[in-house]
Ligand binder design. Structure first.
Ligand SMILES: C[S@@+](CC[C@H](N)C(=O)[O-])C[C@H]1O[C@@H](n2cnc3c(N)ncnc32)[C@H](O)[C@@H]1O
Ligand code: SF4
Length: 505
């Protein structure tokens, strides 16, 4: 067995790849349908050490690293596959403390002192986008972070007023705010309700007091439960984030936490596997590159899905479970439809039609660019029509399910024709399941949940990955196996051609 990690990336999620005879020089070679199943056997011996965490995107961010466009009009100049609609994200980076595990862009502690000016700049950024989406409907708003509920009440009110002033919110638009315990007084929750915030996503992580004490979060379980109770009463549609996979975490912690939240009447639960790979640089959590908790995380995830199913929750995304009829999470589900996402704030990741963009991550350039009247975008990744289609295919497979008929109607592409061999091999291996037009990954596929969707990537895209510079991989590790998987596409995709114009299969 050859060990590739040295030449790839020390922090890659995939450290060992089987010695594939194909592509010794790093070039892709077409795979024949009759050898595909055998080849997959080899490829899928490799685990993706990143299970199952939500924070993952296709294509991996900013592959092309293009210069940002001059204006929002230019950014939004390509045709949308969801014309007339978009959603909105705002990043609020302030937190009371920096949690020991967190990988988000946050300004903890005294950072909150600049919340007033930060909101001023968010409003400037809103003004740049507002004219471009003036004639479209905003379906959902997600105010995330960080901990937006840490903002004081006057600022929250100002933010909501500005959102409504700049963007056309569709009637009944889902408006989510993220929150953390000890930032939600009763009066603040009441204000959120009055301002029309109709979904709260509350990060509680665990109800195990001892485990909580290791997280640098500085509150007690009882306080979190008290706040939660009031939030449920006022907002109703409340999601709670839970986490698992910590060193020293008792095996029963996740089970007890989920059962307790059910008993408290929480209608929506997210379960996050601790992702150590992108934790704060230099923290001891980095540990050895290979995740020693990997097998355990998969076991805990599998148990959690059984517990949640038994309690009556249904998955809306791979790691988000809803009590039917009592909760919604439209914002994230619609993201995988390639709905444009206007994203504002530090390090926010947005999606203009066929252009995935990423805002700068440091506060100074963020302010400077806006002072110059420019979009605070660091880089843009322009997608071809084919890559946009695959963005939906891969993301849907990764997070929810794929409807072959819906894709055909939306993009004019018959996935059965284009990916027939690949899908057949994955179905035969038991990694995919199919009911009519609907395709999803099976429980067995959870070991490869980053790899399998990537197999649907265009060959040209896989080729590009081979040439990625080390510094890119440091920042955005991609599954190694993707670069060694060869050409698994059965047929070239031309999204401009209606089905009838293609040769028959
Ligand atoms: C942006 S945070 C917002 C919630 C709020 N700030 C809090 O922590 O209570 C969203 C969620 O990401 C999850 N998260 C943060 N760091 C993570 C990591 N290293 N691995 C996996 N999930 C993580 C946590 O469950 C957290 O609640
Ligand atoms: S987990 Fe939440 S509260 Fe903790 S640092 Fe990250 S964003 Fe802030």
């Amino acid at each position: 067995m050859k060990h590739y990690s040295g030449s790839f990336n020390k922090r890659s999620r995939l450290l060992q790849a089987p010695a594939l005879s194909e592509s010794p020089t790093g070039r892709l070679k077409p795979l024949q349908p009759d050898t595909l199943a055998e080849h997959l056997d080899k490829v899928l011996q490799v685990q993706n050490d990143f299970f199952p965490c939500f924070d993952w995107a296709f294509p991996p961010p900013l592959l092309n690293r293009c210069e940002p466009p001059e204006t929002a009009a230019e950014l939004f100049s390509r045709p949308s596959v969801e014309p007339g609609y978009y959603s909105l994200y705002l990043h609020i980076p302030f937190c009371k403390t920096l949690c020991s595990f967190c990988y988000y862009t946050v300004l903890p502690g005294r950072g909150i002192e600049q919340s007033q000016s930060y909101v001023d700049y968010l409003l400037k950024e809103m003004a740049l986008y507002a004219p471009v989406v003036r004639d479209q409907w905003c379906e959902s708003v997600y105010i995330g972070g960080g901990t937006p509920s840490y903002l004081d009440e006057a600022l929250i009110a100002r933010l909501l007023e500005a959102i409504r002033g700049h963007f056309n919110l569709i009637e009944g638009a889902e408006i989510t705010m993220e929150a953390a315990p000890s930032t939600l007084s009763r009066s603040k929750v009441s204000l959120l309700g009055e301002l029309g915030i109709n979904r709260l996503s509350y990060g509680i992580q665990t109800l195990d007091e001892e485990l909580l004490a290791t997280m640098n979060r500085h509150y007690r379980v009882a306080e979190a439960e008290r706040e939660l109770d009031h939030a449920l009463e006022v907002i109703g549609n409340v999601n709670v984030d839970t986490m698992y996979g910590f060193d020293g975490e008792p095996d029963h912690a996740l089970r007890n936490t989920l059962e307790r939240f059910h008993a408290l009447g929480i209608p929506s639960l997210s379960i996050y596997a601790l992702d150590m790979q992108r934790s704060v640089k230099g923290k001891s959590l980095f540990g050895p590159p290979r995740d020693e908790q990997y097998q355990r995380k998969i076991r805990l995830f599998t148990e959690a899905t059984e517990i949640l199913g038994g309690l009556g929750y249904e998955p809306v995304l791979q790691n988000v479970y809803l009590m039917p009829g009592k909760a919604s999470y439209r914002h994230q589900v619609r993201r995988w439809d390639n709905l444009p996402l206007v994203s504002l704030g530090l390090s926010a990741q947005g999606y203009a039609p066929r252009a995935a963009y990423h805002n700068v991550g440091a506060i100074k350039p963020y302010y400077q660019l806006l002072d110059q009247g420019k979009l605070p975008i660091a880089t843009v990744d322009y997608l071809t029509p084919e890559l946009e289609l695959i963005r939906e295919v891969a993301s849907r497979l990764r997070f929810t399910r794929l409807d072959v008929g819906a894709i055909q109607r939306k993009y004019g592409v018959d996935l059965d024709y284009v990916f027939g061999d690949l899908m057949k091999a994955l179905l035969t291996h038991g990694y995919l399941q199919r009911h009519g037009d609907e395709i999803s990954m099976t429980g067995k596929a959870c070991y490869y949940n980053n790899i399998i969707p990537m197999l649907f990537a265009p060959d040209a895209f896989k080729e590009q990955l081979m040439a990625l510079p080390e510094e890119y991989l440091e920042q955005y590790p991609v599954p190694f196996v993707m670069t060694r998987a060869g050409c698994t596409q059965s047929a070239a995709i031309d999204v401009r051609l209606p089905r009838a114009a293609r040769p028959s299969a």
